[in-house]
Design a binder for this molecule. Sequence first.
Ligand SMILES: *[C@@H]1O[C@H](CO)[C@@H](O)[C@H](O)[C@H]1NC(C)=O
Ligand SMILES: *[C@@H]1O[C@H](CO)[C@@H](O)[C@H](O)[C@H]1NC(C)=O
Ligand SMILES: CC(=O)N[C@H]1CO[C@H](CO)[C@@H](O)[C@@H]1O
Length: 465
Amino acid sequence: MYWSAMTMTTLGEQPAPNTSLQNAFEIINTLAGLLLFAVIMGSIGDLVANANAVKTYWQTLMDGLKQYMTYRNLNESLQMKVLKYCEYEMGEETIMKEHQVRDELPTKLYGHVTTSIIGSSLVKSPLFRNSERSFLNDISELLEPHYFCPGDVVIEKGQLCNTMFIIVCGQMVEVTDDDVIDHYEGEILGDVNLIWFKNHLNHNRHEHNFVSGAFSQIHMLTRDDFFKVLSSYDPKLKRRLCDVAYLLQKERGELDDKKRRMVENEDMETHLKRLAIDTLELHDKLGNIEEDFWVITILFELCLSDYCGTDQIAYGMEVHHSGVIRLLCSKPNCFDKNYSDCPERAESLDGCKKPNEWVGGFDKNIEGDLSIMCCEFEGIEKYAKIRYSDVRIRRGEFFEGEEKENGDGDVIKFDVIKDIRMHKDTEGHAYYNLTVLSFDCESIPDAKPAWFQKSQWPYFQYAKN
Ligand SMILES: *[C@@H]1O[C@H](CO)[C@@H](O)[C@H](O)[C@H]1NC(C)=O
Ligand SMILES: *[C@@H]1O[C@H](CO)[C@@H](O)[C@H](O)[C@H]1NC(C)=O
Ligand SMILES: CC(=O)N[C@H]1CO[C@H](CO)[C@@H](O)[C@@H]1O
C-alpha cells in the first residue's frame, strides 16, 4: 500500500521494474491502491453528504416554500412564521416526524415507545395515577401528535373539554383573566375534565385560552378515544375514574355546590360511593330512590357511552330504570373472520341510515343527545334482512336478539341492531326504537374487503396476521 501510494502521488522514487513479473506486480499493486483510495474517498463523501442531509432537506423545502408563498402572495408575517418554523426544524436536525415513526412501527411497539416517552406524564396525572399499565398503554397508542408554533392557540376559551393534552416538548401558556400560568414539558392538561358532570359550572367547557409559548409538540387524546379504550375494561375502572374526576373537579371548585345541598351528610355520600362501585342491578334500584341519590345518577348518567369493543356486534340493548342504557354485545361464532369497518367515534346524530351500516356503539352527551357509531359491513343488504323495524324499549325494558344454530351447534343466523332512534314520550322520558336485522352468516364471502388493509381500528386482532 505504502508503495502504491508513493507511486500514485509520485513522491517516491521507486526503482523501475525490470522483468515482466515485476511489471505485472506493479500494475496490480497500483490498481489495488487506486481502488482503496476510491473507496475511502467515496465513504468520506457519503459521510459529508449525510451530515448535511437534514440541512439540505430543509433548505430545499424552504426554497420551494418561499417561491410558493411569493407566488400565492401570502402576507409577510405569515411567511416569516413559516420560515421560522423551518429554521427551527433545521436546527433540531429532525426529519422523522412523530406520525412517520408511528406509521413505520407496529402499533403495539409504537405504543410502548410513546409510553416510555410520556408514561411518566400519564402516571403523574391524578386521574390515571392508579390505573393499570395496560390501560395506559392502550391510551398511549391512541395519542395523536400535533405541532404548534409560538403564539398558536391550542385550546380556545369556551371549547368543550373533549381532549386531553400532553406537552411532549415546548411550552404552553394559560392565559387567565389577570395572570398567565406556564405549563412545561411533561405536563398533562385536560385529563380530569375528560369526564363530564352535569353540574359543571362552565358546562364542561374550557375557562381559559391556552397558547403555545414555543415550538411545541403536543400529544392529544380525544374524549371519544378515551371512552372507547375505557369501554373495553372492567366497568369498575370507569366508575373509579368517574369518582376520582368528580372529586378532583369538586376540589377545584368547578362543580356547582348549591345543588349539593341534597347530600350534605358525608357519611351518606361515602356510602353511596361504595354502592356505586357495585353492579348495574344496584343502580337500577337506586333509580327509584330518585333525587337524594342524584350523585349516583350523575356518576352513571354522564359516563354514558357504550361500545361493543373491537370484535363484537350489538345484539341487544337494555334501558335501566335510571335511564342508563347499555348495549349487549356478542361474538357469534360464524362471524369471527368477517370484518366490519367502524369510524373512530360515535358521531352520527341521526342514526345509521345507510343500508350497509349497523350500530357499533353510542355516546350520550351531557345534553342528552344520542350519537351512534355506525359500522359498515360491505354488502349487508345481501346477507341480512330487516327482522323488526320498530322495537320500542322504554325504561326498565330490554331487547335481546336471537341466534340460530344448525345441527352442529354452529351459529348460522343472528340478530344485530342496525339502528337506534331516541324519542321522548309525553312525559319527557326517553325511549328507544330499534331496527333489528337478521344476519345470515352462510351468505358472507370469506375474502377480506378492500378497505380492510386501510382500516386502523377497530380490527379483529386475531384476523390481522
Ligand atoms: C397578515 O395576516 C395576519 C392575520 O392573518 C394579520 O394579523 C396581519 O395584520 C397581516 N399582516 C399584514 C402585513 O397584512
Ligand atoms: C316506536 O315503535 C313503536 C312500536 O314498537 C311505534 O308504535 C312508534 O310509533 C315508534 N315511534 C316512533 C317515533 O317512530
Ligand atoms: C370465520 C367464519 O366463519 N367466517 C365466515 C365469513 O363468511 C363466510 C361466507 O359465508 C363464512 O363461510 C365464514 O364462515
